[in-house]
Design a protein around this ligand. Structure first.
Ligand SMILES: Cc1ncc(COP(=O)(O)O)c(C=O)c1O
Length: 350
């Protein structure tokens, strides 16, 4: 494959978080018990059987990660083996054949490499979003697993998720709708969770919030997570608390931020149930984190019809979230030494 070495002339700094067509996508298929080698395709559409279980029974899962350009031009992924692992977990839950780590990483790397021209340059604030997906595509009617699957990876250059600038302060509204049952699929990145959440997001937005905040579905007392991000709460005593819940997606960003908080900022990490109404007055700062969101400071939360603010008016980002954001982003962009071994270079070849 000839790699287009010249970057596209996009206004990188103006990109939002939208799908943008890029030249190549990676695709491998599972048939008769084996994965194909995989190949790069140019077509952005997938032709599947009308009985495909991905369409009827949501037998599908996906991932989301980013590639970023370092100051020296290297192209870096961030902990992609954790995305590979999470996709294997989701596959196991949905009776989908697992994508081996080797195939996952090769698919991601090939898609990134082939779309070199679309990888935003260092300093643009943009990145290449990578969307691996795994779908049941074979012919089917009854409620049973597909007989054929496709593993596909497409990429799209994106800007910030919530605003035009890097660190946007957002607001959340507690949802009456449940995202996931205690022993359901909340801990897995499966499309079914998100279809059910579209209405919750719309309702949250109708109250003027950016996203829904879900409480645990058993008691509606404890914080689970936001629509597309995990929650971090800074509390007195240099504590950083994150909800422990079996229904929350194990965010790669959140796990990384907790390590940075402990090892670099000397914060005490707590992974425990957070009872929202009882504890909200002790919240000093709140953050919503994820690959797309990065780390968005939460300025206010709507609970039972009342807004709770976490910062004085005009003082939008608290010191803990600001430091966590700076340290995470500088690592992901290759701007400082990676003592954790989290960044993964995609070697571009000649
Ligand atoms: C529901 C949900 N929670 C949390 C996250 C954050 O996970 P990660 O940091 O691995 O992107 C995501 C994805 O971005 C998500 O969709």
């Amino acid at each position: 494959m000839d790699q287009a070495k010249t970057k596209k002339s996009l206004n990188w700094a103006e990109l939002g978080f939208q799908y943008r067509y890029t030249d190549y996508r990676f695709s491998a298929t599972w048939r008769d018990g084996v994965w194909s080698e995989g190949e790069l395709l140019t077509s952005r559409t997938i032709s599947v059987h009308e009985g495909a279980p991905a369409l009827h029974y949501a037998q599908q899962c996906f991932e989301g990660l980013k590639a970023q350009t370092a100051p020296d031009g290297r192209v870096l992924l961030f902990r992609p083996e954790l995305n590979a692992e999470r996709m294997r977990q989701a596959a196991g839950r949905l009776l989908i054949p697992e994508v081996p780590e080797e195939l996952f990483l090769r698919g991601v790397e090939e898609a990134v490499r082939a779309n070199y021209a679309w990888i935003p340059p260092h300093g643009s604030g943009a990145s290449l979003y990578i969307r691996p997906m795994l779908i049941g595509v074979g012919e089917n009617l009854g409620l049973k697993p597909a007989k054929e699957f496709e593993f596909r990876v497409f990429v799209s250059p994106v800007g910030p998720y919530y605003s035009e600038s890097g660190l946007a302060v957002i607001s959340l509204a507690v949802s009456d709708i449940d995202r996931a049952a205690p022993a359901g699929t909340g801990a897995y990145k499966v499309g079914a969770n998100y279809a059910g959440g579209l209405l919750a997001t719309r309702e949250a937005q109708s109250h003027g919030a950016n996203e829904a905040l879900y409480l645990d579905s058993a008691s509606h007392r404890f914080i689970d997570e936001a629509g597309s991000a995990n929650i971090l709460v800074a509390m007195d005593g240099n504590r950083l608390v994150t909800p422990s819940s079996a229904a929350v997606l194990p965010s790669v960003t959140r796990r990384s931020l907790m390590s940075i908080a402990e090892q670099e900022l000397g914060l005490t990490i707590e992974h425990r149930s957070i009872e929202l109404r009882k504890e909200i007055d002790q919240f000093l700062e709140v953050g919503a984190c994820g690959t797309a969101a990065v780390l968005a400071p939460v300025g206010k939360i709507l609970v039972d019809g009342q807004w709770h603010h976490f910062h004085d008016e005009g003082k939008s980002v608290g010191p803990v979230m600001q430091q966590l954001y700076d340290r995470l982003v500088s690592l992901q962009r290759g701007e400082r030494e990676d003592a954790y071994g989290w960044t993964h270079e995609v070697v571009m070849g000649d």
